[in-house]
Design a protein. Sequence first.
Length: 495
Amino acid sequence: MSSHISPVRAGSRRCVVWLLPALWTLALGLWGLSRQNSVWRDEAATWQVAGRSVGEIWHMLGTVDAVHGAYYLLMHVLFEWFGASTTTLRLPSVLAMTVAAACVALIGRRLAGPWAGLGGGLALGLLPAVQFQLQEGRAYSLVAGGAGVSTLLLVSLLARPRPGAGRRTWPRWTAYGALVLVCALLNWFSLLILPAHALTLWWAGAGRGVLARWLAASAAAAAGALPLILFSRTQSGQVSWIPPLTWTMLTGPAVLLAVGSIGAWADRWNGPRPGRPHRLSAAAVGLPLLAVPLLGLAAASLVQPLFLDRYVLFSMLGLALLIGAGLAAAVRGLAPRWPRASASLVPVAVGVSALAVLPVALADRSPASRIDDVLSVAGEVARLKQAGDAVLFVPAARRDTALVSPGAFAGLADVALARGPAESGTLKGEEASPAAIRAALEAPRRILLVTDSGPKARPSGSEADRAKTAVLKAEFKVVEDRQVRGRRVTVYERL
């Protein structure tokens, strides 16, 4: 029997290596996408800003959230085209992570063989950090998708270096620099991918020509993002709530680095692949991509607390690639003695892993997985309100529930609000002075208070919020109290 494999059949096999992980990740993302019709506070910020005009968004960015400006503008366009919904809010993240999974698979196949590509691509969607952000209405998955494509471009530019190929590769270098810039505009911590790629270039023994072109593309991307970085630093008070870095916070990253290091060690057994330099390997790409962003963010957090793993979600692409390389090495080791078992190793490993993380996956798709739910409390307000009622928010940031669900608050007087969020260029609006709030509270017979509930509830330190609380305590009594999904609405009636 001829061992010849037709080009069509070989092409189909290559297609399966990236298509299967893409479809797998897409299915994981679409599963429970609405999270039982819940939206938490971070996503509520996206929702309410995306509903503003471009001029209003631009006005707001001068005051707050400039670091998310490009993402807000993108979501504004999508909300205009497809309408405001949890699907429109989250589907971009699902699609971006689907692209990331396909890129991991293509990189793994090129550097360590088809089993590495298939295993790594399938593993990405199962990682707990990815599971959480896969359906999040924020920019982190979009950055991961861009990081996957830029890393794939870098690998393709390193894999087949030819003398005099500089002119033919400039479109890909331009695309590389543009992708890095776009990711930086979505979240400038993504620039940590540049030192990771620099380490890959060194590890792979890249020539001077490649280094020069990479430096040019990287410098252009960094220069393009520099104005945003400098301006967003003037709004650094937004991250003042992040706690200082502790050894406990580094436990998770240490485990990830240990797993990645095992995969990098195992990758040595995969041997050289046709069409790439000997030193360009899955370990040379995956380990820097995993380690450098995590360690870089930890180092930055020693100067100012910034350590949130979602800021470097794209580092999980490196971990998935290394997991794939480790699986490929195991397949290679088993093949001589147990060929059938080796062919089943990756599917079995992925299946067992999927069952192991099923509780995490189910939890991430429930409203309880987030701090709160702005939609559920809006429903309670709609049921409890009466004609002539007023509403208060403590702290003022809890006004997000009214901004996302204005219909539920129709007819309620927001007596503490002096200037609305869009008018003031803020996320929560500007509230009146404590004296003005006390005066405004003299008229209403009933007041609905929207605040936090459970262990996340904290007393507000603002003078305006203290004035609200003092008047409610002195002049009103509680007649109804509802707590739902991290939020609370209390009905007060005048004594």
